[in-house]
Structures are given as C-alpha cells and as structure tokens.
Design a protein around this ligand. Structure first.
Ligand code: BGC
Length: 683
C-alpha cells in the first residue's frame, strides 16, 4: 500500500534523512532499506545514458552492458524545428534511462547560446528562448512518460565554461527574464520537469545552486515549483546557505561523501540548533514525492529498455531532419547516385567517431555510423570510394587514469588555447594536404567532411575563437581551387569561420553531431534519398566578434561577467545593429522550393495564418517562422512561432500560428523561411 510522503517522513531518523539529501556515491543518494525507500539513481544525458562508473571514483566500470543508443545532440535536434521529434528523442532517452535502472536523467541542457565559443553549446538547443523552450518542454514530456525524471539544466545563465565554477553574472533582471529564464520556466510549467539542476556559476553574487533569488523567489514562489532541485556536481559551497536555500540534493565529484556540505556538516548544524530540522524535512518531502511520482514506492513502475531497433530508427529519423543544407549553387546536390563511379572522400571527420567525447555528455554508443561508412553502405560496392585524411589533429599523450571530472572543480574551466603546431605536425599536415589536393583532381566526385570535434566542443573549456582547426582553411581553399564542384560537409556543435573559402564553395551541408545514425542520414541527404529540412537554430556569425556578447558585452569577464548586450542576443543583435552573418538564424535550404500567400490575423483567436505551397517537383519539408516586430523598432524582431510542414510536390496547406503574447495594433509580424527571408508581412 502506497503511503504518503508525510507519513514516511515521520518514520525517518535524522541520519536517514541526511542520507537522502546528498550523494552517497557519484551518481546516487542513500536509500532507507528498512522502510523500502530506494536510493535515487542518476545518470548523465543528453545524447544518451552515460556509461557506468565505479561508485566512488571516476573510473568506468568497463562492462559490456552499458552501450546505448546515441542520439543527435541538442543543437542537431533543435535544427529539426520539430517538437514532435524532441518528444521522440526524450522518449528514447527516458526509456533507455529506465532500462538502465536510472531514476533521474540529467538532461536536457537548455542554456541559451550567448557566445558561439561556449564549449558546451552542442548540449544546448539554441540562442533563442522561444525555440529552446518549445523543444525542451516536448523532450521532457517524452522522457517522463517512462517514470524517469528529467533534470533540466543548468539553472541559470551558465553560458560559458571559462571560470564556470565562480564567474558572477551581471545582467539586467528584465533581460534575464526575457532571454535566459523562459526555457526553464516552460520546462517546469509545460514540460513538468520533476527535477532541475542548479548551475555552477553565480548570479547577482550568489552561487546558483544555493541562490535565494533563483531557487526561492523565482522557482518556488513565482513558478510554484514543487519538484526536486539537484546541485551540479560540486556546485554547493556552504552548509547553511545550501541547506536554507531551496536546494534539495547536493551532488559532487569527490568521494568524501560524508563531508559534503549537506552530509555530516548539516547534521551537526541541525543538532546544534543552528539550522532548523524543518528545512531538511522539506527537502526530504520533495524527494519522497518525486519517488511517488516515479512509482518508485508502489511497485507500479513502468519498465524500460535500451538499444532497441525502434530507438535506432528514431535516432535516424531525427538525424535526417537535423541536416542543414546551407549552400547549393547550380543544384550540385543531390549527387546522382547512378552516375557515381569514383568518389574521393577527404577529411578526418569522415572517419571519426564523436560519441565518446565532450565531457559529461559522452556516450558509450552501441555503434556510430561515420559519414564514410554511411556513404559506403549507401553506394554499396558499385562505386569506388577512396578515403584520405587531408588533415589531422595532434595526437595527445594518454593522460593516465585520471578522468577530467575528478579534477573538474579545481580547474574551474580553462580557456581553450590555440594549438601550437610543432614542426613535425606541420610537416605531417602538409603531406596530408598535398596528397588530398593531388588526388582530388583525378576523381569524378569529391566530398570533404571536416569541422570540429569534441576536443573543441567540450565541457570545461571554451574555444579561443571560431577558426577551423588543424589548418583546414588552407586545405579547403586548395581543394576548391582544383575542384570548385567539391561537396563540403561540416560537423560540429558550433559555427566556424568560413570566410576564406565559402564564396568559392558551391555546396555546404552542416551536420552537427548527429548521433549513431548520423552517417546514414548524411549519405541519404547527399544522395537525395532524403530532402533536407533542417534550419539553423543559431546565428552562424562570420567571426565571433560579430556576436553581441563579444561586440557589446563582456566575455569571458573576470570575477564577474557583464551581459551588457542586454536583450540583443544572437540574431536580435545582428538584425538590430545590421551585422551581416554568414548564415542567419532560421536559415536552411531544400531540394524543392516553397511559396507562401494569404496571410491573415484572427484577432479573436489571437492567431495568424497563411498558406504554404511546395512549388518544386519533389516532396519536402519547410519550417515556416513567425517573427514579431514591436511597433517602434522596425529592426528588432523576435521569433514568436514556427511550424514545420511537409508537402508533396504541388501540394498546398494552411498553417496556423497560435500567438502566445497579446498582439496589438502596433505589432507587426513577418512570416518567413528564415529570420532574413521573410515571405509575408502581417500588420
Ligand atoms: C556537469 C553536469 C553533469 C554533472 C554530472 C558536471 O560536470 O556540469 O552537466 O550532469 O557533471 O556528470
């Protein structure tokens, strides 16, 4: 018989309650066996359920039972602009977490991309609060249908990795509320997230994991949140502040579990009367209620599963929709499969797996189809495919057995530094480049697959700039000089500078880290089996100083960082200050064409609608985007709605945008295929 949380609480001793509010292992709290209360077991996401670690040190268990489905990263998922897919990805993550015996999956990451240099951008959705909140809420609903708690993170303004443990964010409260909080609020109110993770950094002089302003005033009082607040690993700094804040569980990276602030030190302060036991009881109640919500106490819990064929199929579907076609002059894509006789594939990323890197988001993927493997399986032996590296990273010495996470508190986030190229490495790269360029002339088709990897897109560091690493710029320039028809594919979690070659390139596909089926999805797009429908969920700046955090604000700051750019984040800045991006927010091409007509505003229903037609000759998807301009400021616009529509050639559909904010006479709306390609104006 299910008891209620209050009844259970009455039976708990002080020690038992203390055991429930702090880590007793790296990823679990203590349970209370005599009362049938299990420990709360957590694991990282967001791209899949992380491998098992030893209970008390950051050493992987090394078993063969913790391989999982590897999903597209959140940036890729956001590129689909399809909340239905976010729900599906959430569902896979939730079912796999449950299958692996987890109670809380530490995902999704919903921080706003303030700068393209942030090393964790690949874990986040977008620079835009509206797009982020829609995707995040769906993802969370998907996760939680499996009796697993989502843990939306990192609350809040965790927008850089440099000095992430300490940096104090200075931001106008109005901007905080308009840009940086809506995704968390929607995650709580619409997504119903059962838990939330505090951020490492400070806001208004308080560490977020024990912030009275964030946790009590905003989260509990304004949003009425009754779920569980979990600290980031090592994000608590003080027993009294931590205990008396609205934090519920303290987690950390060390094995001195009894010495955590909310362990023995809390017990002592309760016994001495310095802290009231009531604050502990409130936390325990919320934790018990979480367990009740997850059916952990009544034997009615759903069972999960992992590595199912269905999950792999869903990962493929999301990957397909995440690919963004950025350039396609003379319609050189798709490649004509039947005529491909000899193909040269160039670039380290063609043959590289990425799932096992990036920090806490690393995955032990059951498998990962690389671009090269994807092409080979799709061309199936009738085409000769030659692969050369073209460039290479520096081979690093193994760091021994120390996992980065063990030392992650002390390091506090070092800035990624530019690589110093040794003579030997320079020579090696030159040889690879020459080989690639000379071969490129002799093949009928040349495909380049480059970009970033998780040495750069990585937790605990930011990139020094947006430059392509490993001298790829030079390589691409030389390749384009001999092969202007070369297909270019870029992989990465954040945009890169393309100025030195983009004008010469005819085609460009951006494919993010697209999960275990990414290579298949990419091959399908290149070969035209799938019509790309992804759109950029962030501005692709020409260079990082074209981003407002760098142009108007401070980055990385010192002890504190001032968000002087205010609300002008991402495209909001580029539009208003007329700074040309390389590719704008919302941009992405298709192999077909669309047109849009008949805009109308329905005042009673607060809706805007229009018609969209596929005017080309093949099936395809378009993301119609609705931008709101406030009367006085013509240049400033914000995403206010979006709808993804799939249409057969010649087909037409009605699209309805339900407005969230009241619109007034002075409001204008634009409906477009990107933030800068507006089909229709609605007054
Ligand atoms: C990260 C969190 C992660 C936690 C546990 C921290 O370093 O910031 O996102 O969930 O570690 O691995």
């Amino acid at each position: 018989m299910q008891k209620n949380a209050e009844e259970i609480l009455k039976q708990l001793t002080l020690d038992e309650k203390i055991g429930m509010v702090h880590g007793a292992e790296l990823f679990r709290t203590a349970g209370v066996e005599r009362l049938g209360i299990p420990p709360l077991v957590m694991s990282d996401g967001p791209m899949g359920v992380r491998q098992e670690f030893e209970p008390d040190c950051w050493k992987p268990m090394g078993g063969n039972d913790d391989f999982v489905t590897y999903l597209p990263c959140n940036s890729a998922l956001a590129s689909t602009w399809n909340p239905g897919l976010a729900h599906e990805m959430g569902s896979v993550l939730g079912e796999e977490a449950r299958g692996r015996g987890k109670d809380v999956i530490l995902a999704p990451g919903v921080n706003i991309k303030r700068t393209p240099l942030c090393g964790r951008n690949f874990e986040y959705f977008s620079e835009d609060p509206y797009l982020t909140k829609k995707m995040a809420a769906s993802c969370i609903q998907g996760i939680q249908q499996w009796d697993v708690a989502a843990c939306v993170k990192h609350f809040a303004v965790n927008n850089q990795e440099v000095q992430r443990m300490s940096v104090d964010v200075e931001i106008e409260e109005q901007v905080l509320r308009k840009i940086y909080l809506p995704a968390f609020q929607e995650a709580i109110e619409k997504g119903g997230s059962y838990s939330i993770m505090g951020a490492y950094n400070q806001l208004y002089g308080e560490h977020c994991c024990q912030s009275d302003f964030l946790l009590r005033k905003i989260l509990r009082e304004e949003w009425g949140y009754d779920g569980v607040v979990i600290s980031d690993w090592g994000g608590v700094h003080d027993t009294k502040a931590g205990a008396e804040s609205q934090l519920d569980i303290e987690m950390s990276v060390t094995d001195h579990f009894d010495q955590y602030f909310l362990a023995e030190p809390l017990k002592e302060k309760i016994q001495s009367g310095e802290i009231s036991e009531k604050v502990l009881d409130e936390k325990v109640l919320r934790i018990l209620n979480l367990m009740i919500r997850l059916h952990m106490l009544d034997g009615q819990r759903k069972k999960g599963s992992y590595n199912t064929a269905e999950h792999r199929q869903k990962a493929l579907e999301a990957a397909r929709e995440s690919m963004v076609l950025l350039k396609n002059e003379d319609n050189i894509l798709p490649l004509k499969k039947e005529t491909l006789k000899r193909v040269l594939v160039i670039g380290e990323n063609a043959d590289c797996v990425h799932s096992n890197g990036g920090g806490s988001a690393e995955i032990k993927a059951l498998y990962e189809i690389t671009p090269l493997m994807g092409l080979k399986t799709h061309l199936g032996g009738n085409t000769e495919i030659t692969y050369v590296k073209g460039y290479c990273r520096e081979e690093k010495q193994e760091k021994g057995s120390v996992n980065w996470q063990e030392t992650s508190l002390e390091e506090g986030g070092a800035a990624g530094t530019e690589e110093k190229e040794s003579m030997a490495l320079a020579q090696k790269r030159e040889a690879l480049r020459k080989e690639a360029v000379s071969l490129a002339e002799t093949y009928e088709t040349v495909i380049y697959v480059g970009g970033l990897n998780h040495e750069l897109d990585c937790e605990n560091q930011d990139r020094p700039d947006m430059k392509l690493p490993y001298r790829q710029d030079l390589l691409i320039q030389e390749l384009l000089a001999v092969r202007p028809d070369m297909t270019i594919v870029m992989m990465g979690g954040s945009p890169v500078e393309m100025g030195s070659w983009i004008a010469q390139a005819k085609s460009l596909v951006w494919c993010w880290y697209a999960g275990m089926e990414g290579g298949n999805a990419l091959a399908e797009v290149l070969l035209g089996e799938i019509n790309p429908s992804g759109k950029l969920p962030e501005t692709f700046y020409k260079t990082h100083t074209d981003c407002s955090a760098h142009a108007l604000g401070e980055y990385p700051g010192g002890r504190s960082v001032a968000y002087k750019e205010g609300r002008y984040v991402g495209y909001r800045y580029n539009d208003k200050f007329q700074v040309e991006p390389e590719f704008c927010f919302g941009y992405g091409l298709s192999y077909t064409t669309f047109s849009c007509c008949d805009p109308a505003w329905n005042r009673e229903k607060n809706q805007i609608c229009c018609k969209i037609k596929n005017t080309g000759n093949r099936y395809g998807g378009e993301v119609l985007q609705l931008y709101r301009r406030d009367g006085e400021d013509e240049l400033f616009q914000e995403l206010a709605g979006f709808e993804k529509v799939f249409l057969e050639a010649g087909e037409e559909k009605q699209v309805v945008f339900q407005l969230e904010e009241e619109s007034s006479e002075s409001c204008k709306y634009g409906i477009g295929s990107s933030s800068r390609d507006i089909y229709l104006e609605v007054e």
